[in-house]
Design a protein around this ligand. Structure first.
Ligand SMILES: NC(=O)c1ccc[n+]([C@@H]2O[C@H](COP(=O)([O-])OP(=O)(O)OC[C@H]3O[C@@H](n4cnc5c(N)ncnc54)[C@H](O)[C@@H]3O)[C@@H](O)[C@H]2O)c1
Length: 432
């Protein structure tokens, strides 16, 4: 029988403060939060207000938490991209198993240093590539590995970020600047790189990539627009108007009944009053054409894997909804679907199409198509059982980071192909 596993959390924001602690709500016999850390007092307070953590175990920084003796078996690291490894290395030495937010780091040298430290300390590191744990992608993998379409030849995949999600996270929000967090291809789509590598079943050999920040720039600001949305005289015609996104319109508006993400990023326990205040004074009320964003708003990547399997992947801000699509093309058939439709289409060449319907009700809670809950469950089970092989181990995850960072290198160098072995070798030599 599974026992209760103790968990500490660094970074009580959207992921560390909302998504993963959800598991305790559904399975209080399997997870207990014993310590948290966050510099923002209102986020830190979630520790004692929501999760029964004694106030003296709610620290003002991850650094302070790590100065203590080991406070739990598992440490969730969910602060910002560039600070993960700085927390993870001493945590491994202290004896924690890690649930580590992706991306591990935008520095390949740091990713490699973490991989080595995890092996040295013999600790489990589960990287939050949550999509591998979803019913949708795990069923695709099962069908592919079971020979449903013969031998895989090529993959076509898209990530449709959604215009409002892109404006929220990548123009106004945390991931708008590659120099502060990560480039888009790592921050948003290391998940997709990870999936492509998983389906290919073989290492990626080379990549090339094109893309740019083409729209969310000052020259596209409508005439008469102002730096903030609430007092903008031309807001009526602007789909990116913050008031439409956060208050009135589907799918994220408060008046449409939304209470969670993205509103919880603007304030804790959102009310209209708090949201208006956040839009008046904070980053989320800024005009999308007057921010300091640098990340690409659309990008394509071509990849070649060992054995000649090819993949093409495209990510774009300019879509109505947030969803991913994938098509796996094999020697005797194809598999196609979109995670949000809860269905997979199997077409064996010359045979009638088969529709495989998935059941989202099987998941404990819904974040990332059920992937969040299944991933936490898998880690707690491994810790409770004293070991096991993580689906998204640090070894598997570093590969997707090499792919994403090589794609970014290609994008910034006119689309020239980057050979992954050489790219990683270079990073290893500079990390020593
Ligand atoms: N797995 C996924 O699918 C997924 C989805 C979204 C975000 N992420 C990643 O998760 C991480 C967190 O994202 P988020 O959306 O929760 O961001 P967030 O900004 O909501 O949360 C980060 C929190 O870290 C806190 N923090 C900053 N410095 C700290 C320190 N020294 N010690 C402790 N806490 C500190 C911040 O105050 C903030 O509350 C990021 O790396 C992000 O890229 C992963």
């Amino acid at each position: 029988m599974q026992r209760k596993v103790t968990v500490a959390i660094i970074g009580m924001g959207n992921r560390g403060g909302e998504a993963y602690p959800n598991y305790m709500k559904y399975c209080p016999d399997e997870m207990e939060i014993t310590a948290v850390a966050d510099p923002r007092p209102e986020r830190r307070a979630l520790g004692w207000q929501r999760y029964n953590v004694p106030p003296e175990k709610c620290f003002a920084s991850g650094e302070a938490l790590l100065q203590q003796p080991q406070l739990a078996e598992v440490l969730i690291i969910a602060n910002q991209d560039r600070d993960h490894v700085r927390m993870a290395l001493p945590a491994l030495e202290k004896g924690y198993h890690l649930l580590l937010e992706k991306p591990i780091s935008p520095s390949l040298e740091e990713c490699i240093a973490l991989r080595e430290k995890a092996h040295e300390c013999n600790r489990m590191v589960v990287v939050c590539h949550v999509l591998r744990y979803t019913q949708f992608y795990s069923k695709l993998k099962e069908l592919l590995d079971g020979g449903a379409i013969g031998q895989l030849q090529s993959i076509v995949a898209t990530e449709n970020v959604g215009y409002y999600h892109f404006a929220h996270s990548f123009v106004r929000g945390n991931w708008r600047r590659a120099d502060e967090t990560s480039p888009l291809i790592l921050a948003k789509t290391c998940h997709d790189m990870d999936l492509l590598r998983w389906f290919a079943g073989k290492p990626c050999v080379r990549v090339s990539s094109f893309g740019s920040l083409s729209w969310f720039t000052r020259e596209h600001a409508p005439e008469g627009s102002t730096p903030r949305c609430l007092d903008c005289p031309v807001k009526a015609d602007c789909p990116y108007d913050a008031e439409k996104i956060y208050i009135t319109h589907k799918p994220a508006g408060y008046r449409q009944g939304v209470r969670g993400w993205p509103l919880t990023v603007l304030c804790v326990a959102p009310t209209e009053e708090k949201l208006y205040e956040a839009m008046r004074t904070g980053p989320y009320g800024r005009c999308v054409y007057a921010c300091d964003n640098t990340v690409a708003d659309h990008q394509t990547v071509n990849l070649e894997f060992e054995g000649g399997i090819t993949a093409s992947f495209s990510v774009s801000a300019f879509t109505e909804r947030c969803y991913r699509t994938i098509k796996l093309c094999g020697s005797i058939g194809e598999l196609e679907g979109s995670m949000e439709d809860h269905a997979i289409y199997l077409r064996r060449f010359g045979c009638p199409e088969e529709k495989i319907v998935l059941d989202p009700a099987n998941d404990k809670f819904a974040g990332h198509g059920g992937g969040d809950s299944r991933m936490v469950e898998a880690l707690l089970q491994m810790v409770s059982n004293g070991g096991g092989e993580a689906l998204t181990s640090v070894d598997a995850s570093v590969e997707s980071h090499v792919m994403a960072l090589a794609a970014e290198r290609s994008r910034l160098h006119g689309g020239t192909a980057v050979i992954l072995k050489e790219f990683e070798k270079q990073a290893i030599s500079t990390s020593r």
